[in-house]
Ligand binder design. Structure first.
Ligand SMILES: [Zn+2]
Length: 360
């Protein structure tokens, strides 16, 4: 019964999705033709440049896709369209609450746009899509470890100034191996003082110490991935004691070789250690997946039950960068479709508002 169709009907939360990794291939091809970009202009020939196909799992070939994607941010209209479609795709997969993250630096680099401007274009597009698809979308600004600290400061300031416009948090991503998070410490302290919440990519390519640092030194409220926290019981205890949620992204972890085999993914180990866990997509178009696929994968390969998926979904709401009133409202809405047990679940929910889906 826990098949793709049934899992798709259930309302879902995605707390870890990068805009840059969520772009429609069809739109990329159109853009390549319109702007005569120096990339293949047919879907199948462009695909291996922007999507993981059958190459061996490897972090650098995964990250190379972002280098190609950077060339598609050609104009304000293009960025608006790309961001709007990302929300439309999430809505189609019945993601009813999305925290979408993006790096203003990545979107601005090739054309030299101002960081404030690209941020505003994404805010406008996602707010429009949020209204059209009747779903709440929060934005997280990603700071990039391997770019300049000065630029990261500018991005963090833009985030702090735009909290009322749906910027809900800060993230730190990028080359975890060669670039320490240490220089960013002051910046995260300042962001917390300004009322922002933070999630940090850690323990994806580096060991448990990176997770400890993110929690104890940067004050992370959530951890992106964190899979290598299993290497140190102290860090597992820290995550449990502070109830720091992990944003788990199964397929991404396989494709970047953070985890050697899906059957060996530590998701269950985290659950046994009573650490809050959530399921997310990371970069759905690069990985060619949806959140429903990730739920299905957890069921098939890690024997996650309906009740455990339900628990993870409510954990995701609880872990969202939202006010307690908004969390309460989401929990009420989700309770309509997510019956307490699989036995109680008998038909796709009809009472959950699905909004006006313009994309098809
Ligand atoms: Zn990520």
């Amino acid at each position: 019964m826990l098949n793709y169709e049934m899992l798709k009907t259930l309302p879902k939360v995605d707390l870890h999705r990068h805009l840059e990794g969520s772009l429609r291939l069809e739109t990329l091809v159109e853009t390549a033709r319109e702007y005569n970009l120096d990339v293949p202009k047919e879907i199948e020939s462009l695909r291996p440049f922007v999507q993981v196909t059958n190459e061996p799992p490897d972090a650098s070939s995964f990250l190379a896709k972002f280098e190609t994607l950077r060339h598609f941010y050609r104009s304000p209209e293009m960025i608006h369209r790309l961001a709007y479609e990302v929300v439309a795709d999430a809505a189609r997969d019945h993601v009813r609450y999305l925290e979408l993250r993006f790096s203003p630096q990545a979107l601005s680099r090739v054309q030299g746009f101002r960081l404030e401007d690209v941020t505003q274009w994404v805010i406008d597009a996602t707010q429009e899509a949020s209204r059209d698809f009747n779903m709440d979308v929060g934005l997280i600004l990603t700071l990039v470890r391997h770019n300049s600290l000065e630029q990261a400061k500018q991005v963090a300031e833009i985030g702090m100034r735009n909290q009322h416009q749906g910027i809900r948090g800060l993230d730190l991503a990028g080359d975890e191996i060669n670039f320490s998070a240490d220089p960013f410490k002051g910046l995260f302290v300042e962001a917390h003082q300004a009322g922002m919440q933070c999630t940090i990519h850690a323990g994806e390519w580096c060991g448990a110490e990176a997770v400890r640092f993110a929690v104890e030194e940067l004050g992370a409220e959530r951890i992106g991935h964190g899979v290598r926290a299993t290497e140190d019981q102290y860090v597992l205890d820290l995550l449990r004691e502070r109830q720091i949620p992990l944003e788990i992204c199964l397929t991404s972890n396989l494709q970047t070789a953070s985890v050697a085999h899906i059957g060996r993914h530590p998701l269950r180990q985290f659950m046994q250690n009573k650490i809050p866990v959530t399921l997310n997509t990371d970069d759905p178009r690069i990985s060619n997946i949806t959140l429903t696929n990730e739920f299905e994968s957890a069921v098939q390969h890690l024997h996650i039950t309906y009740e455990e998926l339900r628990q993870m979904t409510f954990t995701a709401i609880e872990s969202a960068f939202l006010s307690s009133e908004k969390k309460m409202r989401l929990k009420q809405l989700f309770s309509i479709a997510w019956k307490p047990t699989l036995r109680d679940f008998n038909a796709p929910p009809s009472s959950f508002p699905h909004g006006n889906n313009k994309s098809h």
